[in-house]
Write a protein that binds this ligand. Structure first.
Ligand code: CP
Length: 298
């Protein structure tokens, strides 16, 4: 079994194989199917639109039978643990589980689970398939990762995207800098003020303010946040001509990014979502032990 829990668990070769398979699913391997009667359960203990339904779309397109678990109405309400919930899915015949949970590295409790676990986001920790779809989007644009500069701007400390993209870009020969309000960023060597970061980057990746993970209410108004740290139209004009805008979404339009920029010519935000289905098909295929496609090159 091939679980996917953290981007850092993958070798460079494995990561590139997943991106290559994702690409193959967009062209010559569109019709590839899982064995009949493959059962996959999607366990989302936190809200999600993109990750949940693009996993479901990927699984259904691959011919799997898919069950969407809801904690409400399940025995979680009677106090059943995450481990016992997942062990139950394993025992009743499910072949893989996709899990999003608010606890950082929840999967450490699941070491005795014997079916693949695909991490759809853990607390402020990891979101490996988001990172993979971001990488696919970057590669489609620049046809390389070497020397590509990514500026991740916003609520960096509560993000499960920021560190994964930094690790992955470093592995692939690119570079990542972080920017945002002092209280949501570590001012280490990766830090760059917002205007500088926007001018420097080939990829300007804006992050949502993760209010649900904050202990205190934000002191700034939405308008002030946009002006000081968001991607305004004025800031977007400072971007390099070839640079692109990304955002994992959901987007708070008019807060971290001007409403008019969400679907502008430089934006790849909806392309990222499209790529989400492709990379999730690739990680589901890999989870069941199928070798990477070798006849297609990214
Ligand atoms: N990007 C992302 O994880 O979106 P969802 O929370 O809607 O899944």
């Amino acid at each position: 079994q091939n679980s996917l829990l953290r981007i850092s668990d993958l070798t460079k070769e494995e990561l590139l194989d997943i991106l290559n398979d994702a690409h193959a699913f967009s062209c010559s391997h569109r019709d590839w199917q899982l064995p009949d009667r493959t059962l996959i359960a999607n366990l989302f203990f936190e809200p999600s639109t993109r990750t949940h339904y693009s996993f479901a779309s990927a699984e259904l397109q691959l011919g799997a039978r898919v069950e969407d678990f809801s904690a409400a109405g399940s025995s979680v309400e009677k106090g059943e643990t995450l481990y016992d919930t997942v062990k139950t899915f394993e025992s009743i015949g499910y072949n893989a589980v996709v899990i999003r949970h608010s606890k950082d590295e929840y999967f450490k409790e699941l070491e005795n689970i014997n079916i693949p676990i695909l991490n759809a986001g853990d607390g402020c920790g990891n979101h490996p398939t988001q990172c993979l779809l971001d990488l696919l989007t970057i590669y489609q644009e620049f046809k390389t990762f070497e020397n590509i500069k990514v500026a991740v701007i916003g609520d960096v400390t509560h993000s499960r995207v920021a560190n994964s993209i930094k690790e992955a870009m470093a592995m692939l020969g690119g570079e990542t800098r972080f920017s945002g309000p002092d209280e949501w960023i570590h001012k280490d060597e990766s830090y760059m003020p917002v205007d500088e970061a926007v001018k420097w980057a080939d990829v300007v990746m804006m992050l949502r303010i993760q209010h649900e993970r904050h202990k205190e209410t934000m002191a700034m108004s939405k308008e002030e946040y946009l002006e000081r740290y968001g991607l305004t139209k004025k800031r977007a004009e400072m971007m390099k001509p070839h640079a692109i805008i990304m955002h994992p979404a959901p987007v708070n339009r008019g807060v971290e990014i001007d409403n008019d920029l969400v679907e502008c010519e430089k934006s790849r935000i909806f392309k990222q979502m499209e790529n989400g289905v492709l990379v999730r098909k690739a990680v589901v295929k890999r989870a069941f032990g199928f070798a990477p496609f070798k006849d297609v090159k990214l």
